[in-house]
Structure formats: C-alpha cells, structure tokens
Design a protein around this ligand. Structure first.
Ligand code: FEO
Length: 405
C-alpha cells in the first residue's frame, strides 16, 4: 500500500499487517495496521514508526516521498514495539534527527535500544515543535495505555495523532472511516472499535474521560483523528470521541452474555433453558462457549452486554480451566457497571460456582445471587429451574440497566 496524503503535506506512511492473527495473545481475525505519519515541512518530521517486521514497508513509503536521511525530527508517541521497534532503522538513516518523547518514554526506550548516540528532547503537555508551516503540540496521556503514552496535535492541520486511542485492529486498504464504511459497513467498524476498547482500554475508562475533558478544555480545533491502528477518523471525529465517552461510562446493550465451558455437555445443556428464560424476559442473549471462542472475542461480547452469566463445570473442586482463565483475564481488565451470576454442574463435591462468585467479588461487580448448579446432568425439573433462574437474572439486568439511563 502506497503512502496516502491525509492533510496538506502530511502523509500516512504505515504498513498493513493482513496476516497477524495473534497480537500478543489478542486474537485479530481481521489483522491490523501500524500507522505512522510523515510531515513534509521545512523540518521533515516522522510521527511514530511501525512494528519492526514492517520497517522496510515504512522505509519504502518514506523513500518514495523524500530521502529519509532528511528526517529532522522523530516523534515517539508510544514505545510499545508495534509502534517504536523500527526506531533504530530510522536513526540509522537519519542519525542527526531529534527524538521527541516523554520522560517515561525515553526511560523505556533506553531498555530496548542503545540510545547513547541519539539526540532527544523530552516533552511535556503543552510543549511545541515548529516544523515550518506547522506547529505541533504534545499532550501527555500517561496510562493510556502505557506510562510513556502521549499524543501529537498538529495545530494548523487540525489533526490529532492519537497513538493507540481511537484505534481498531483492522487490516484494510481503506485509510479513512468513510471509505471503510462504504466498502464494508458502519456496524463492522463499530464492532472493531468496541473490540479494541474492551481488550486494551477497558481498565482506563476514568482516565479516558478525564483526558478527553482535558483536551476539550484546551479548545483544540480537531477535524481529524489519526490513530496508530486502523482507519483515520475524518468524518466528524465528534462521533468517535462520544463513542469513547460512552464506552468509558460503561454503556452497554440491554442484553446478557452467557459465557461458559463444558466437560460432558451438562453445563452446556443448561444454557438452552437459560437462554430461553432471558429471551422470554425481553432481553437479548448471546451464548459463547469459551473453548470455541478466542478470549478477546469473549471479552468483547462480555463488554457489549449489561449482564453476564458464567457457566462452569466443577473440575477437581474448582472452576474449569478455560473459565478460570477467562475470569482472571477479565479481572485484569477491571470491568465496571455489569451485573453477573454463575451456574454450572458438578459430580460430587462442587466448587466452580462458588469460585466464580469469589472472582466476581474481587472484580467488585454487581452480583446476582445465589448461583445455580445441578448434579451431573440437568433433569427436566432442573431445566425448569434453569429457566426460572435466568428469568430472574434478566429481570435484575433490566432493573440495573435502567440505572444507566
Ligand atoms: Fe498499539 Fe500500545 O500499542
């Protein structure tokens, strides 16, 4: 994919990773892109690099525009390797360039590269760089989502380069949101935004709200947001900003995600009357079997729904391993504003449902009690009890959901 001019003299020079399906454990069925941007001005400035494996792609894109040795400044908004691991390649061809980075970013970069011969300028929020016709303003965004993170605002272009924030893992030949929607759909783009937010940014909701408020208070005139993954938001960035505020507020559908695993299909058989009970209360329901679903997809489906029922058989007196793994992963993401309950089957001692509730308490989620479990296979009477358990849960989900209106 050739470079693309996104604003006068400002070019996308990134790479499309059509093949990646495992992004440090996060499943990316649609691949991703590593976006970086080249500002052709009196001082040529590169904003971010790309994942090391694609350094030749960005170098080719740059070379097709200018001699890369002319790069005067390199801005590193975020040091995670998908964005910064080509910095040594850039500095080899442009050794006199100055790297603009936060203090934490510099310290992190020192742990990845021999930086002793590179020139740095450590920047803070409000610091600026004049490249000629453009003035760049740096905005620190610590813990969004690493301590080093920052964004770069190009004032005269009304462009915010937002690094990971507002990104999506989508490999596409469309560089802009409106192009993607025309070729694919709005729903697909929306799904990619939620997927990305749920798996990467969910723990930082409060910080996101604070940072967006801070940016809005600065009165920056933004008509384009260019993240480091996925499509660039050029058709009314207000929409994606509002979407992030909604996600950060824990906005959800009036629906229930039934997330389970099973050994000999007993817990699985319980999901059918449970789904029916939820639907009969007028609440939508999505049933997800963990062994058949990538973890990141289960996380996304959890985050979309106001309520979640976890189903697990008991194995050796504790949770089934895939369910335990899911709940541990979820705890790290610090979910909020969700109501949860648990069900399952056991043979002799039980323990899975109790352990699921212990995890819910650790996560400080709203809990629906008591949980529900059956001995070996659910009998016809058990299936009726499953149905009633699910109806009661769905009623509580509706009540809880109403609190967010
Ligand atoms: Fe896309 Fe935090 O790296």
């Amino acid at each position: 994919m050739k470079y693309v001019e996104i604003k006068p003299g400002i070019f996308w020079v990134g790479a499309i990773d059509w093949a990646v399906r495992d992004f440090h454990g996060y499943v990316t069925p649609k691949g991703t892109t590593y976006n970086n941007y080249l500002i052709l001005d009196e001082q040529i400035t590169l904003v971010d690099t790309v994942k090391y494996d694609f350094s030749h792609v960005t170098m080719d894109n740059i070379r097709n525009l200018i001699d890369p040795s002319r790069i005067a400044n390199v801005i590193i908004n975020h040091i995670e390797p998908d964005h910064a691991s080509s910095i040594d390649k850039i500095m080899t061809v442009a050794p006199d360039a100055t790297i603009y980075i936060t203090d934490k970013g510099k310290k992190g970069l020192d742990r990845h590269f021999d930086t002793s011969k590179w020139k740095f300028r450590i920047v803070k929020t409000g610091d600026t760089l004049n490249t000629g016709r453009y003035n760049l303003v740096f905005l620190e965004t610590p813990m969004l989502h690493w301590p080093d993170s920052m964004m770069t605002y190009v004032r005269e272009a009304k462009l915010l380069v937002s690094q990971d924030a507002f990104g999506q893992h989508l490999a596409t030949s469309s560089r802009f949101d409106d192009e993607f929607i025309e070729c694919a759909s709005h729903a697909e783009l929306e799904d990619a935004v939620i997927d990305y937010y749920a798996n990467i940014l969910m723990p930082f909701g409060q910080l996101i709200k604070t940072k967006i408020a801070e940016v809005l208070k600065l009165g920056l005139d933004i008509d384009m947001i260019a993240p480091d993954h996925g499509v660039i938001w050029r058709s009314g960035p207000g929409h994606i900003i509002q979407k992030y505020l909604d996600l950060a507020d824990g906005k959800a559908h009036l629906s229930v995600a039934v997330i389970y695993d099973t050994m000999w299909h007993s817990t699985e058989r319980m999901t059918l009357p449970i789904m029916k009970g939820i639907k009969d209360e007028g609440v939508d329901c999505n049933v997800i079997k963990l062994r058949a679903t990538p973890m990141s997809v289960a996380v996304k489906e959890f985050w979309k729904a106001r309520g979640c029922l976890i189903g697990s058989p008991t194995l050796n007196n504790i949770l089934f391993p895939t369910v335990a793994e899911f709940l541990t992963h979820l705890r790290g993401l610090r979910p909020k504003n969700r109501i949860v309950g648990a069900f399952g089957s056991f043979g002799w001692g039980g323990g899975a449902v109790k352990e699921a509730y212990e995890e819910f308490v650790r996560m400080k989620l709203k809990v629906f009690e008591p949980g529900f479990q059956v001995l070996y296979n659910p009998s016809a009477e058990d299936e009726v009890r499953c149905y009633e358990f699910a109806r009661e849960f769905a009623r509580k989900v509706k009540e809880y959901h109403a609190e967010f209106k």
